[in-house]
Design a protein around this ligand. Sequence first.
Ligand code: ADP
Ligand code: MG
Length: 622
Amino acid sequence: MSTSTETRPFEAEVAQVLRLVTHSLYSHKEIFLRELVSNASDACDKLRFEAIGKPELLGNDGELHIDVEFDKDAKTLTVRDNGIGMSREETIANLGSIASSGTRRFLESLSGQQQADARLIGQFGVGFYSAFVVADKVTVLSRRAGAEAKDGVRWESDGQGEYALAAEEIAARGTSVILHLKDDDTEFLDNWKLRDLIRKYSDHVAFPIRMHKQKDGEPTDEWETVNDASALWAKPKSEISDDDYRAFYKSLGHDFNDPLAWTHNRVEGSQRFTTLLYVPAQPPFDLLMGARDERKGVKLYIKRVFIMDAAEELLPNYLRFVRGVVDADDLPLNVSREILQHNRQIERIKASCVKRVLDLLESLAKSDAEKFRNFCRAFGTTLKEGIVEDPSNRERIAKLLRFASTKGEGAEQNVLLDDYIGRMQPGQDAIWYVTADSYRAAAGSPQLEAFKARGIEVLLMFDRIDEWVMGQFPEYEGKPFRNVAKGELPLDEAGRKKQEEAAKEAEPLVKRLKDLLGDRVNDVKVSARLTDSPSCLALSDHDLAPHLARLLRDAGQEVPDSKPTLEINPAHALVQRVGSETDEAKAKDLALLLLEQAEITVGAQLPDPAAFVQRLNRLLSA
Ligand code: ADP
Ligand code: MG
């Protein structure tokens, strides 16, 4: 090293990533090669993009490629590219701090559970630092495109908290990453092993990945291309095997798993573009994290030139699980993100992507129930957001959704809205549902009793977003949605009469309860919903579900206080006891208990849990 070497500490976060990656990636060591090749390919993409406006950057070295070579004696493995390269400042920013978006999101996603984290690493590009899984020292030599030879930079680290930086004369543009392999990892100093790994993980990198040609088991000076090196999506479908599609997905999505399904289309006509879109089998973890502000996963190319990650411009939020490539022929290469956001052609491409994905899901639902079930488990809730986000496709999305129901198989969400409509009772004009914060709470709601008694099916909803979605989903196929906890129950003539009589008979009881409960309730009514339970809450159409109000309050949000309406079942023994109780204090305890048990079943927060427990104990020991 030269005398002007400077040593710098890694940012604290980098040290953390390094520790995690080197410890957790142990069973998937080999992906370091995929990550380094992917960075080299990104560097070539970036240069090709910059060279659109500045062709002189390419000089007389216009064929971009990635070279992989090793030295058995020195125990080094080198990945070199003639891409964009890095200046001194860029190496500091990119390799010494958490500048890279990928690594930052990785860090943010760490839950502290090491077990889960190890799985997550596999689903995510952890990038450059994975080199330290197999190397005890990494040297990076880089020269920025357009910079002079003397402005090259040498970066070196053992991955233990510091790195060294020095100026170095470098003859050609681009970056070499030299791994000094650990003694345990010399298996990677093998021609065939490396070729296998390149074909396995990087076959569809769009630049040639070259290795030395072998003769008599020894490398020659001649280079040969090891990977397919073509843009897979640009080939005719007939020339692409399912394995090709799967391999491409893995290199694109940094995912170890096979995708669930994919759709590949070429659109000709007034506007020409190609889309290759994948539905993953498991949620990638930025989805779990809800990292909405910075979505990745769909790459925009223009005439095979990578332009940018443009998931947000090319797909709506509710399809954020989709991964893939869009290649447009008719956009100018110098588009900016700002232009993309207000571009009519992009709008059309986006609409086409949405259509393709919905087509794909529909055909999957028809052809492979098991796979579609997996899809619903992984992404059903995300797709459901489309009901609100994409009114133009609301019917199509609604047809794909699966719900749990009182006539379904337990908590399994596999009842279609069309199934429900097919099973509606004569005279039933609404689709009934209940929302709660768990399957048990939904299935156990007292409000369901009258529906069960009359054989009316009720959809059981317990996703966090259901209340919000249903608030903006008034009807399906001409049938209105109704929440069982809200508003009046529609009764037939006989039912209405019976209800009126019951209400009249219970008038004194209702009055007594109102007096006893005072300002804890808005109103007390005789219920048509109950058969077995003594009481339940009824909400008005604009009331927030109590479990949701609690969630929002826990999240620190302002929620207007609204007093519940208590519905009672005058036939229930407990309710009758309130009516006949002569001891005023005891009657009040009983009345409050009727209210509070109704509040508990809908997941509301009791205003004073300790008082509730004292009351209960007073009554039990009386
Ligand atoms: P990511 O690729 O997700 O950004 P990495 O950890 O793989 O994260 O890489 C960090 C950053 O280092 C890259 O974003 C890039 O700026 C820089 N980098 C890494 N390898 C190269 C390379 N071969 N040429 C140019 N820049 C590189
Ligand atoms: Mg990377």
